[in-house]
Design a binder for this molecule. Structure first.
Ligand SMILES: CC(C)(COP(=O)(O)OP(=O)(O)OC[C@H]1O[C@@H](n2cnc3c(N)ncnc32)[C@H](O)[C@@H]1OP(=O)(O)O)[C@@H](O)C(=O)NCCC(=O)NCCS
Length: 124
C-alpha cells in the first residue's frame, strides 16, 4: 500500500481511515493469511496505529523526497519472509545518521519542503 493521500479540503473527515479499512477488509477477504506492509510517513503514523498496524522499523528517510518514513505491518505474520526481503532493500536510518553522512542534507530538506509548499500549495 503506497501513497495514501486525501485532498487538503477533505481531510479529518475519516476518508483515509475508511480507505485503509477497506483495503484491510479486501485483503482479509481475499486471503485470511494476508498481510499489509506499508511505508508510512511519520506524520501520519497514528492513523495506521489506530487501525491496528504495528510499527516495524526505525525512522528512515525516503530517497528523493527526504520525508521520514517508518515501515508498518498489519495482518498475519505468515508472509514475514516477503517483508524481510523488502526491508533488506530499505535504508534504516535516522535523520541524525543521515545528516552525519550527508552534512548538508537538513538545509536541502527545508529548501525542498518550501519549494513544494510554494509550487503545489502543499503543506507537510
Ligand atoms: C495523512 C492523510 C492521508 C490523512 O487523511 P484524512 O482523510 O484526513 O485522515 P482521517 O480523517 O481518516 O484521520 C483518521 C485519524 O488519523 C489521525 N490523523 C489524520 N491526520 C492527522 C494529522 N495531520 N495529524 C495527526 N493525526 C492525524 C487522527 O487520529 C484521525 O482521527 P481524528 O480525526 O478522529 O482525530 C492526509 O492528511 C494526507 O493526504 N496527507 C498528505 C499525504 C500524506 O502524508 N500521506 C501519508 C502517506 S503514508
Amino acid at each position: 500500500m503506497e501513497r495514501v493521500a486525501v485532498l487538503k479540503e477533505y481531510r479529518r473527515r475519516g476518508i483515509a481511515a475508511e480507505l485503509i479499512r477497506t483495503a484491510m477488509l479486501f485483503a482479509q477477504t481475499e486471503s485470511p493469511d494476508t498481510s499489509i506492509y506499508a511505508y508510512a510517513q511519520v506524520a501520519a503514523i497514528q492513523l495506521y496505529v489506530a487501525l491496528g498496524f504495528k510499527i516495524l522499523s526505525k525512522v528512515w528517510i525516503e530517497d528523493g523526497t527526504f520525508i521520514p518514513h517508518q515501515t508498518i505491518f498489519w495482518g498475519s505474520p505468515v508472509s514475514i519472509g516477503v517483508f524481510l526481503k523488502h526491508q533488506a532493500e530499505k535504508v534504516d536510518t535516522t535523520y541524525e545518521e543521515y545528516d552525519a553522512r550527508h552534512p548538508a542534507i537538513i538545509p536541502k530538506i527545508e529548501e525542498f519542503k518550501q519549494r513544494i509548499e510554494v509550487e503545489q500549495n502543499f503543506q507537510f
